[in-house]
Design a binder for this molecule. Sequence first.
Ligand SMILES: [Zn+2]
Length: 72
Amino acid sequence: MIFKFNGGRGAILCSKCGVILKSGSQIPEYVWEAVRNGTVSQLPDMYCEDGCERSMKMLGELYTGETKNVGE
Ligand SMILES: [Zn+2]
């Protein structure tokens, strides 16, 4: 699992696209426990519920125009 501190609050990030999935009080207790124990990276990875479709689309919109020649 990818866990980051975000301005003093914790955040769980999608292991594929890096979008914030849960933060602050949404983070389950077992994750905080792993953070304290230093084992949070050993927890199972978490991903967007939609398979990153929404975030990938957002990223795609950021890059359109610049990287059109993908797949040559
Ligand atoms: Zn994702």
